[in-house]
Design a protein around this ligand. Structure first.
Ligand SMILES: C[S@@+](CC[C@H](N)C(=O)[O-])C[C@H]1O[C@@H](n2cnc3c(N)ncnc32)[C@H](O)[C@@H]1O
Length: 226
């Protein structure tokens, strides 16, 4: 049987109780789960981990299955892609997963101070031109925003096929004296290859099929403010 088309997925998305579709106009009025995800949604005090630009949500779902004692939230603007992750979470009765459909630029309105423990950025759009550097999800602008809700010592992971994105992230880490914990230009041949990095997304599989080396790094944003 062929898969559902976009309109069918959009309609079914309205039935998921773990999908939040948040427009700017609603967020500025105040989002009631901001600062309250543990108490009012997950109903536990476990760590909350984000996947930004989650697409079909392979990391969100894959990590949530490996770590039932943590909570995971996938975020993307494309609801028809996230449908696949949502459906798997529902079919497998996963209670530690949620998805948000919104622009990543707006997520400081979704989370309170110190609410998030870790962030995964998986195969982000590379924005390769210098003029688009600000739009990269690891640009200083985005990192300053993540600091507003990432716990002190919180970790950011990046997995990408794109060398410009990877090296510009290494530059930002160096220039801001963030703490680089690990980096590899070719994770499967020379890097750590463990249960965290081995989950593969739709885009990762496409790049691997073309023989592209997969790059991975993780780092800590050390807070300068108290
Ligand atoms: C290249 S795809 C990667 C998807 C998935 N992580 C994977 O590896 O298969 C990039 C994803 O980021 C999402 N994205 C890019 N910029 C975004 C933004 N500002 N807000 C929300 N989603 C965004 C796109 O919709 C897309 O699904």
């Amino acid at each position: 049987m062929p898969g559902k088309n976009k309109l069918q997925r959009f309609a079914e998305n309205l039935t998921f109780d773990n999908l939040f579709q948040l427009q700017y106009e609603e967020l500025v009025k105040g989002f009631d789960l901001k600062g309250n995800w543990s108490k009012n949604f997950f109903k536990n005090d476990n760590d909350i981990v984000l996947e930004l630009g989650c697409g079909k949500g392979e990391y969100t779902i894959g990590l949530a299955k490996k770590y039932p004692d943590k909570n995971f939230i996938g975020i993307d603007i494309k609801g028809s892609r996230m449908y696949l992750g949502l459906k798997e979470a529902r079919d497998d009765k996963m209670r530690n997963v949620a998805f948000i459909r919104t622009r990543i630029n707006l997520i400081e309105m979704c989370f309170g101070k110190d609410e998030i423990s870790e962030i995964w950025i998986t195969f982000p759009d590379p924005q390769p031109r210098d003029t688009l550097a600000k739009k990269r999800l690891t640009s200083p602008w985005f990192l300053a925003m993540y600091k507003k809700f990432l716990k002190p010592g919180g970790i950011i992971h990046l997995k990408t096929d794109n060398i410009i994105f990877f090296e510009s992230t290494l530059d930002v880490i160096k220039e801001n004296e963030y703490q680089l914990l690990y980096s590899s230009y070719d994770i499967y041949n020379e890097g750590i290859d463990d249960e965290l990095t081995r989950i593969q997304t739709y885009y990762e599989k496409k790049w691997l099929a073309r023989g592209t080396k997969i790059k991975y790094l993780k780092f800590k944003i050390n807070r300068h403010e108290s």
